[in-house]
Write a protein that binds this ligand. Structure first.
Ligand SMILES: Cc1cc2nc3c(=O)[nH]c(=O)nc-3n(C[C@H](O)[C@H](O)[C@H](O)COP(=O)(O)OP(=O)(O)OC[C@H]3O[C@@H](n4cnc5c(N)ncnc54)[C@H](O)[C@@H]3O)c2cc1C
Length: 467
């Protein structure tokens, strides 16, 4: 079959069936194919800017009938650039960004292309929130479908643990609702299995009372302070994983008036922690974190939850940098691994590079491994290495450095499992996906076979349809 000729004919029909289609040469095509990672330069055959579930059905049906693969764009933040693919039909959900809150039932109904900024804005108007990520322009879609790890994980779990239902357009063009008592297998698979099973046009989340003011600790120590304060942070958290979502974030001080000029360009780490209960209680609870060392600057304080959710936005803006991120769940955080992480962060090839250690436990760990596709929750810590640089000539050095650092952490890793939203550029996809899902993989492959037997949705942490 001549796919290009066939689809060229069909494109006219597609244009008639949906509100907006962009192809190469159309004004707006290049903006629409751009994603968060500036390394990604892919040219979809057609980008369908969906305004409704009906548009999504038309785009998926068109692609299937013409033998074309589908890529799905939520917030465009996937570092591997899965949102766009050469020659694919891109289901672009960026215009489907509405959020409706039912405060009486503590529920939010979130369209498939919404960002966390839209969710936080709508829910905080009622003093409510659901766990999202740390950066507000990340998409709800990709972040949720592979788990969703944010500040509220200690008290309220991952994003998927708060998913109540989802409306999904499946590969055969049906619109189905999945929840605990309808399409149960699909609902299970959506909670961690990524974008493999269809296009989610609406997420329904449970909401919790949060803020609007919360206590946030953020002293920033010079990297020369070494491993000592991080060991003390680890010990401090030992009995607080159910209350405090925390991370150590390595970075370089930017040339910004928010920081003392003498510190510009120095490598540092932030001891960041959120207490989502009463802010006065939080202030007392988090105080020991302010005494771990002599900070270069300290952003600790009671602040609006929405501000915390946007605090790191400026550090990594959309479409500006080239990126390669890897992660590992760690089976412990002994002194040796802390030393290794600190040493690794002293001189990355790019000063823009970030890296973090995240705590787990609490509500995240309380969910059984078989209860959601995400799998085992017993990992106590995670490390992510987020390499960020500016020009193509630095690509090889930064990727090689990241991979070498990541390999050095292997002996400390939790059975080689990783967080699938920080998975590099998808080069180890098959092996890492199988390892990470563990015993859940076979069930996922079987559900994939039922919902997407031809692997129409393949630009993701792909699960091949079971035989
Ligand atoms: C700056 C930055 C900060 C981040 N911070 C966090 C964080 O704090 N916590 C965390 O857990 N992760 C974080 N991530 C990782 C993030 O969760 C993933 O990159 C995720 O893929 C982003 O989702 P998206 O919708 O923006 O991505 P996109 O690139 O738009 O989509 C990625 C894939 O997700 C799937 N997808 C997206 N929307 C839908 C949908 N509605 N229906 C079906 N499939 C869909 C598709 O397979 C798509 O290819 C961060 C990433 C970046 C770049």
């Amino acid at each position: 079959m001549d796919i290009v000729a066939d689809s060229a004919v069909g494109l006219e029909a597609l244009r008639g069936a949906v509100r907006e289609v962009l192809v190469a040469g159309d004004p707006g095509y290049d903006e629409a194919r751009a994603v968060w990672n500036a390394m990604i330069d892919r040219r979809p055959l057609a980008i369908v800017r969906c305004r409704s579930t009906a548009d999504v059905v038309a785009a998926v049906t068109f692609a299937r009938e013409h033998g074309l693969p589908v890529s799905v764009r939520g917030g465009g933040h996937n570092v591997a650039g899965h949102a766009v693919a050469d020659g694919a039909v891109t289901v672009d959900l960026s215009q489907m960004n509405a959020v409706r809150v039912d405060a009486e039932r503590s529920r939010a109904f979130v369209q498939g292309g919404a960002t966390w900024a839209a969710v936080d804005r709508a829910t905080q108007a009622f003093g409510l929130a659901t766990p999202g990520g740390l950066i507000s322009d990340t998409g709800v879609g990709g972040l949720t479908l592979s788990g969703g790890i944010g500040w509220l994980r200690s008290r309220h779990g991952l994003a998927i643990d708060n998913l109540v239902s989802a409306q999904v357009v499946t590969a055969d063009g049906r619109v189905v609702r999945a929840h605990a008592t309808a399409n149960e297998d699909l609902f299970w698979a959506l909670r961690g299995g990524g974008g493999n099973f269809g296009v989610v046009t609406e997420f329904e989340f449970a909401l919790h009372r949060v803020g609007p003011t919360v206590m946030f600790a953020a002293p920033i120590l010079p990297i020369e302070a070494g491993a000592g304060p991080i060991r003390a942070w680890r010990d401090f958290l030992a009995d607080k994983h159910s209350d405090v979502g925390s991370l150590i974030e390595f970075s370089t001080v930017p040339e910004s008036p928010d920081y003392p000029e003498a510190a510009w360009g120095r490598r540092v780490y932030t001891v960041a922690a959120l207490y989502a209960g009463d802010p006065d209680e939080g202030e007392a609870l988090l105080r020991p974190l302010l005494e771990l060392g002599e900070p270069i600057v300290d952003f600790t304080g009671k602040m609006a939850y929405r501000d915390v959710q946007q605090l790191f936005d400026a550090v990594i803006p959309f479409g500006k940098h080239r990126c390669y991120w890897k992660s590992r769940y760690l089976n412990g955080l002994d002194d040796e691994v802390i030393d290794l992480i600190v040493a690794g962060n002293e001189r990355p090839p790019s000063p823009n590079t970030l890296s973090s250690i995240w705590n787990f436990g609490g509500a995240t760990a309380a969910v059984d491994a078989a209860a959601t596709a995400f799998g085992d929750r017993s990992m106590p810590w995670m490390v992510s290495i987020d390499s960020i640089w500016d020009t193509p000539d630095q690509d090889d050095a930064n990727i090689a450095w990241t991979r070498a650092f990541w390999q050095r952490l292997e002996p400390y890793s939790d059975r080689g499992r990783i967080y699938l939203n920080f998975a590099g550029h998808g080069e180890d996809n098959d092996e890492l996906t199988r390892r990470t899902f563990g015993p859940n993989y076979e069930r996922l492959a079987e559900i994939k076979r039922r919902y997407d037997p031809t692997n129409l949705f393949r630009f993701n942490q792909n699960i091949r349809p079971g035989s």
